[in-house]
Design a protein around this ligand. Structure first.
Ligand SMILES: [Zn+2]
Length: 232
């Protein structure tokens, strides 16, 4: 959706007709956003490109979301457009409430700490803190593995909690879960230490492995439930 508005130049007070593509989702309630605009101003904007701080004019739009009834500010930078000449496209919308991630309630019950840490790592990633979010995903992995094992072996919970992660991973019977956990731990170490041992992989792979792990854990739980049905 491209909208036409007239924005005010903050310096000259002049009115500038322009095209912009409103943010698609409200940053507060994450509902689809219809682009409702209260006011708009063209003013300077600072950004970092290839490590260099630069300035350009940007479009600041004060929006209103009808779903949550809150206002927010969208910042748009101009880009060339084949048919319209120039179109302002979204850079950021603030303030922002982090979107809750959808983990199956069974995973949230098994390891609430895993979900919390994963969400924090994800928030770091969303804020471009990509050099440290991998450590967060690595920490989330540790909680998932240990809580998964403690549920299976409650009598050994103290030992499992205290032993190194690699030792816990060796206890996992399910080969798929074990492989995913082991590889995630290797990649997680690369996110934490000075030297990287596994080139060509990143926190994205840890995320994908964690997602697959939660899927296998859910399969296991479904199979366990099936086993409980007695033959009659
Ligand atoms: Zn909203």
């Amino acid at each position: 959706m491209i909208k036409r508005i007239t924005a005010e130049n903050y310096e000259s007070g002049g009115k500038i007709p322009l095209h912009f593509r409103p943010v698609k989702k409200c940053p507060m309630c994450h509902s689809t956003f219809n682009g409702e605009t209260m006011s708009s101003v063209i003013a300077p904007y600072e950004f970092v490109e290839y490590g260099e701080t630069k300035r350009d004019w940007a479009l600041y739009v004060l929006h209103y979301c009808q779903v949550c009834g809150l206002g927010f500010c969208g910042i748009y930078s101009q880009e060339p457009d084949r048919s319209l000449g120039r179109v302002y496209k979204p850079v950021v919308a603030i303030p922002e409430r982090s979107e809750p991630l959808e983990f199956d309630p069974q995973i949230a019950r098994l390891s609430p700490a895993f979900v919390k840490i994963y969400e924090e790592a994800h928030a770091a990633e969303k804020h471009d803190l990509t050099l440290i979010c991998g450590m967060g995903y690595r920490k989330a992995l540790e909680f998932l593995v240990k809580d998964y094992l403690i549920e299976k072996h409650p009598q050994e919970s103290d030992t499992i909690a205290k032993e190194p992660l690699s030792q816990s991973i060796r206890r996992i019977d399910n080969l798929q879960i074990k492989t995913l956990a082991e590889r995630s731990a290797w990649l997680g170490n690369d996110e934490t230490h000075y030297t990287k041992k596994h080139d060509g992989y990143s926190y994205e792979d840890i995320k994908a492995f964690l997602e697959a792990m939660t899927a296998f854990i859910l399969y296991e739980k479904t199979v366990e439930k099936a086993f409980l049905i007695p033959r009659k």
